[in-house]
Design a protein around this ligand. Structure first.
Ligand SMILES: *[C@@H]1O[C@H](CO)[C@@H](O)[C@H](O)[C@H]1NC(C)=O
Ligand SMILES: *[C@@H]1O[C@H](CO)[C@@H](O)[C@H](O)[C@H]1NC(C)=O
Length: 372
């Protein structure tokens, strides 16, 4: 653990190449606001922050100051959260808004960058401490399906982070981006929990445009290319934009680091999740009157929550959330089922069920509801 004074450079708009331009704003976060952290690393994957920054700027109703704040601990994050008050959800809210904007613009690279950013590790109080998961539901099911990486020195991090990368790869595939890019959201080699210097194996260079984890070759792969290929089997781009398959920022998946120890995929994982592992439908039973129009019968990890249909401007309801269109409601219901299934799979409570099978189930659920 280490206390650092972090200087956050905020360049509005895209950071140009070549000599780092003078930052338009430099915020020095007062020392008193900083928590001790694993070690500084919020700039380690700068290329994805840049992509999110560009797309967030298109429409930013919450006034989020910069994507970097979503990767900081709560006290420091508060300085850049705009009107977002649940700081544990600033990371997700930032990714969600950027994804929404990029999707509206038909920008696959922008959507991919938002997904990658959503999977980046967030700073926590000390080496080995996992970060808290956001307890709110993202607007975009793609963002909802992606969790942040956990401190590589925290319990079961190798298998947790592997599951995160595979889930991310599936979402990338579903939007027509390159699923192998998911590996680039990885983190560093674990630091020692006993390391009093907190030096760890990290880096944090604000003006490294690409991201110092790449330029300093510090990235540890969470999965193999083959595992990613297997995880995305059968997933095709649901978006019309697959034609521009853009293979956008593809910087060939790094394959240098040998992660044999992680490939052995240790047993059960304790993930901090807000959703109950088993019967999600049972949770919010305070169902309003109306017919259940969710007809899908698959129940890996529990049945999908009901989609009730009644009168009004927003006639469809899923777990208390209302929707104008049945398609969006079905999609939400299927997504909730997928999350519960993936959480249970990760937690080892669904023997023999892989996260990929949960995703396949979600596709079938959407198809059954007529959602493409
Ligand atoms: C799409 O988003 C990326 C960042 O993710 C940005 O660099 C690019 O300029 C955007 N494309 C368009 C056409 O706006
Ligand atoms: C989510 O977490 C925040 C912060 O811990 C808390 O204030 C809020 O009540 C929680 N919301 C739900 C729906 O659990």
């Amino acid at each position: 653990m280490k206390y650092e004074t972090v200087t956050i450079l905020i360049a509005f708009g895209l950071v140009a190449a070549a000599p780092a331009p003078k930052a338009k704003n430099v915020f020095s976060i007062p020392r008193a606001m900083l928590r001790g952290r694993e070690v500084p690393q919020e700039h380690s994957h700068n290329r994805f922050l840049d992509g999110v920054r560009a797309n967030l700027a298109l429409n930013n109703p919450a006034g989020i100051v910069d994507p970097v704040f979503g990767l900081l601990g709560d006290a420091a994050a508060a300085a850049g959260a705009g009107t977002i008050t649940n700081l544990e959800c600033l990371h997700q809210a930032t990714a969600d808004q950027a994804f929404t904007n990029a999707k509206a613009a038909g920008n696959i690279t922008g959507q991919a960058d938002a997904l990658m950013y959503a999977a980046l590790e967030r700073n926590t109080g000390k080496v080995g401490l996992a970060s808290v998961s956001c307890n709110e539901t993202a607007v975009n099911p793609e963002i909802q399906a992606v969790q942040q990486h956990q401190d590589p020195a925290s319990a079961n991090a190798a298998s947790i982070n592997k599951a995160i990368v595979l889930a991310l790869a599936q979402q990338l595939a579903s939007i027509g981006a390159d699923p192998q890019e998911a590996l680039l959201s990885g983190t560093f080699a674990p630091g020692s929990v006993d390391d009093t210097t907190g030096a760890g194996n990290t880096c944090d260079v604000a003006d490294d445009v690409e991201g110092c984890i790449f330029t300093q070759n510090l990235l540890v792969d969470d999965a193999t290319a083959d595992e990613i290929t297997a995880a995305v089997a059968g997933i095709s781009s649901g978006s019309a934009a697959s034609a521009s398959s853009a293979a956008p920022t593809a910087a060939a998946a790094p394959t240098t680091t040998d992660t044999a120890s992680e490939d052995s995929c240790p047993a059960p994982v304790t993930v901090t999740v807000s959703a109950p592992a088993s019967t999600p439908a049972a949770t919010e039973a305070a169902t309003p009157t109306g017919d259940n129009v969710q007809t899908f019968t698959g129940d890996l990890g529990g049945p999908p929550p009901p989609v009730t249909s009644s009168a009004g401007d927003r006639p469809f309801t899923v777990n208390g959330n209302t929707f104008v269109n049945i398609g969006a409601a079905i999609q939400r219901s299927c997504s909730i089922q997928n999350n519960a299934c993936a959480d249970a799979s990760n937690a080892g409570t669904l023997a023999g069920v892989s996260v990929a099978q949960c995703q396949t189930q979600e596709d079938a659920c959407n198809a059954a509801g007529g959602v493409q």
